[in-house]
Design a protein. Structure first.
Length: 69
């Protein structure tokens, strides 16, 4: 464990830091893409739910063989 701590304490090269930065930027880009796709899906679901709710609201209600408007 001590060797690992010493390894972590060593200064990193510019190449290592650049690779870490690029990996983090790519991860952030992936997260943002996923967020955008999820927001589009959510908006679609809200639209479908709204359309369904409005149609259901207009439909007559049936109770014990009679229609209640």
């Amino acid at each position: 464990m001590e060797e690992y701590r010493q390894f972590l304490a060593q200064p990193r090269s510019v190449k290592q830091l650049n690779a870490e930065l690029e990996a983090k930027v790519q991860l952030l880009t992936d997260f943002k893409t996923n967020l955008s796709e999820t927001q589009v899906e959510l908006e679609g679901m809200v639209g479908v739910f709204t359309a369904f709710f409005l149609e259901a609201w207009k439909a007559p209600v049936y109770r014990k063989g009679e229609i209640v408007e």
